[in-house]
Ligand binder design. Structure first.
Ligand SMILES: CC1=C(CCC(=O)O)c2cc3nc(cc4[nH]c(cc5[nH]c(cc1n2)c(C)c5CCC(=O)O)c(CCC(=O)O)c4C)C(CCC(=O)O)=C3C
Ligand SMILES: [Fe+2]
Length: 404
């Protein structure tokens, strides 16, 4: 079930790949300005900003996310080189330096006309999908020197930016998470001095992801199976690989972390800390937590799981082991390169296999009309690239024409 290794000497018609990520502060004085970027117009209470600033302060005011993206860039470069692909790889963030507009301006300067963006969010929701698409449209407007984002920012900037399909159900992402969970159960067995099969049989596997508002969940589910359904599909596949490797099927649930917003606004539940308390009441003394919703061990993992949830588990007398994230694990990196090659082949008019696992199938290359609005059915009309509802300049394709 490992992804087939694709080979091609280039990513034609793409001139460059852009790793597109969230960004994070790297020094204490950048924490609050970064958080104001993230929450602008979102109605997040000031107390929450102060609270989350303290999470960053615990780590010296430096988010781990940028270093993790530097490591991912290096791993992707090495994998591309190993397959003989010399396409340039650039990096831009939505919320902190290095910003996307600078990366795109630089690529344009170097002659790039078509860019393929790889977003560090495996799942679709406004936060992990359309918000990036709108962000790229605004960044292109900046590159074109326009104050307002025009309806066709790609034409204005002379750069077209496509986005790789979501990869929560790609075998590379699933295999990498399963390997990490197998390692965590093995570690838990060593710590408790029991056979690993016994540990899998009675230690629950808690998959953890970022909570989002229920309205955002509904928006994610309008055009395709939503954020929660995507997670359940990925969790089912990871658990199946763990069962195959360790001989016993783990009993898993999906829990959420990092709830934000005002208390009056409903977000996805249950919270991972509440799940731990419930399991303790049932007599559970050991768990594995897998941060399946996160591509790397950034601040939500370092604080909400490794600091807060670990303290909750300790208070409850639960031995908890946190599995690693996909980060730069070989199956994940190889899978991402497979996806880049698949997309390039599709853009050349070939018909590449769209490898997936689970029951939901491959997400479309261009996001479906109406996908991932912040609230279901509420189209703000904000220009966004890379969708079937984007106004791109390739009017000639049937897909582009159908969207109008
Ligand atoms: C689904 C999702 C992912 C996972 C997918 C993905 O990985 O992209 C994610 C990732 C991340 N979220 C991050 C940081 C923050 N997110 C915030 C706020 C919010 N996140 C939301 C959702 C998500 N966020 C939402 C709905 C909000 C409320 C405001 C809004 O509606 O947009 C806030 C403001 C404070 C607060 O409200 O908690 C901060 C500081 C970092 C960087 C971490 C680092 O520095 O290492 C990363 C990778
Ligand atoms: Fe977030």
């Amino acid at each position: 079930m490992s992804a087939p290794t694709l080979t091609a000497s280039s990513l034609t018609p793409y001139d460059a790949v852009l790793l597109l990520s969230f960004g994070g502060p790297e020094q204490p004085e950048d924490v609050l300005p970064f958080m104001r970027n993230v929450t602008r117009g979102k109605g997040i209470p000031e107390e929450r900003l102060v609270e989350v600033s303290q999470h960053y302060a615990l780590f010296g005011g430096r988010s781990p996310i940028n270093d993790q993206n530097r490591a991912l860039l290096a791993a992707l470069r090495a994998e591309l080189d190993a397959r003989g692909v010399d396409t340039p790889l650039a990096w831009g963030n939505r919320n902190w330096e290095p910003y996307t507009d600078g990366a795109l301006a630089d690529l344009r300067e170097r002659g790039a006309q078509r860019v393929l963006a790889l977003v560090t969010s495996a799942y679709g929701s406004y936060s992990g999908c359309r918000q990036y698409r709108e962000h790229v449209a605004a960044a292109l407007a900046g590159v074109a020197g326009e104050a307002e984002t025009p309806a066709d920012p790609e034409a204005a900037a002379g750069v077209r930016v496509d986005k790789l399909r979501h990869y929560f159900n790609h075998p590379g992402f699933v295999r990498a998470n399963a390997d990490a969970v197998v390692e965590a159960f093995t570690d838990l067995a060593a710590r408790t001095g029991r056979p690993v099969a016994d540990v899998v049989a009675d230690a629950p596997l808690l998959f953890v992801t970022h909570s989002i508002p229920l309205a955002m969940e509904a928006g994610s589910a309008a055009a395709r199976p939503g954020y929660v359904a995507q997670h359940e599909d990925a969790c089912t596949q990871v658990a199946a690989l763990v069962a195959a490797d360790l001989g016993v099927a783990p009993s898993w649930t999906l829990a959420f972390c990092s709830r934000s917003g005002p208390p009056s606004q409903p977000w996805l539940e249950p919270d991972v800390n509440d799940v731990l308390a419930e399991r303790a009441q049932d007599g559970v003394t050991a768990v594995v937590m897998s941060p399946i919703g996160f591509v790397s061990d950034h601040m939500e993992v370092a604080y909400d799981l490794d600091t807060e949830a670990m303290a909750t588990a300790a208070d409850l007398g639960i031995t908890a082991v946190r599995a690693g994230s996909a980060s730069t694990r070989a199956p994940f990196v190889a899978g991402l390169v497979d996806l880049l090659l698949e997309r390039a082949a599709a853009e050349r008019g070939e018909e590449p296999a769209r490898t997936t696992v689970g029951g939901l199938g491959a997400w479309p290359d261009r996001c479906a009309v109406g996908c991932c609005f912040q609230r279901a059915g509420v189209d703000t009309g904000t220009p966004a690239v890379a969708g079937q509802d984007s106004r791109t300049h390739d009017e000639t394709t049937s897909e582009g024409a159908a969207a109008r």
